[in-house]
Design a protein around this ligand. Structure first.
Ligand SMILES: Nc1ncnc2c1ncn2[C@@H]1O[C@H](COP(=O)(O)OP(=O)(O)OP(=O)(O)O)[C@@H](O)[C@H]1O
Ligand SMILES: [Mg+2]
Length: 160
C-alpha cells in the first residue's frame, strides 16, 4: 500500500483534494472515505463529484443510504455509518452497485470487511494544529488497480 498525506485548512481545500482525485477514477472503482463524524468525508466527495462533472450538490445520503449522480461517470455515494446492521450492507449488493460506476463509501471502517481489497482509502483526521478547520487527509492505494495509480495520485495532489 502506498499513501500520500496532505494538510487542508478549509472545506474548500478538502474539496480541491477530491477534485484532484477525480481525474484518476473510472467506472468500477471503489473509494472508501473514513473519518470521525464531521471530519469532512462528504466534503471530500463533493469535490470528487464536481471533478467528474456532476453539477448537483452532493449531500449525505441520510435517508436513502445510497445516492446516484451522473457526470462523466456514474457515481454511487453510500453512507454506511447510518446502517444499523452489517446485513443491510450486504443487502445493498455493493459489488453490483459498483459494476459500472464509481462507488464511494463513507465510513469505511465499519464496512472494511465487506469491501474489495482494490480500493482507494481516504482518511480524514482533525489537526494536526489546534485550528478546527485543519484536516489531515491521507490517500492510500490498495490492491493492484489503485496500486498502479499511486504515483498518479501523489502527482495529482501535488498539482492542486
Ligand atoms: N479542512 C476541512 N475539510 C473538510 N471540512 C471542513 C474543513 N474545515 C472545516 N470543515 C467543516 O467540517 C464539516 C465537515 O462536514 P462533512 O459533512 O463533510 O463531514 P462528514 O465526515 O461527512 O460527517 P458525517 O460523519 O456526519 O457524514 C463541514 O461543516 C465543513 O465546512
Ligand atoms: Mg458525511
Amino acid at each position: 500500500m502506498t499513501g500520500t498525506t496532505v494538510l487542508t485548512r478549509s472545506a474548500d481545500e478538502t474539496r480541491d483534494v477530491g477534485r484532484a482525485t477525480a481525474g484518476l477514477v473510472h467506472a468500477g472503482d471503489v473509494i472508501v472515505v473514513a473519518g470521525e463524524l464531521g471530519s469532512g468525508k462528504t466534503t471530500f466527495v463533493q469535490g470528487l463529484a464536481a471533478g467528474v462533472g456532476i453539477a448537483e450538490r452532493v449531500v449525505s445520503p441520510t435517508f436513502t443510504i445510497a445516492r446516484e449522480y451522473v457526470g462523466s461517470v456514474r457515481l454511487v455515494h453510500v453512507d454506511v455509518y447510518r446502517l444499523e446492521r452489517a446485513q443491510e450492507l450486504l443487502d445493498l449488493g455493493l459489488e453490483d452497485l459498483a459494476d459500472d460506476a464509481v462507488l464511494v463509501v463513507e465510513w469505511g471502517d465499519v464496512a472494511a470487511g465487506y469491501l474489495p481489497a482494490d480500493h482507494l482509502a481516504v482518511r480524514l483526521t482533525p489537526g494536526p494544529g489546534a485550528d478546527t478547520d485543519e484536516r489531515t487527509v491521507s490517500l492510500t492505494a490498495g490492491g493492484p488497480s489503485w496500486g498502479a495509480r499511486a504515483d498518479a495520485v501523489a502527482a495529482a495532489l501535488d498539482a492542486r
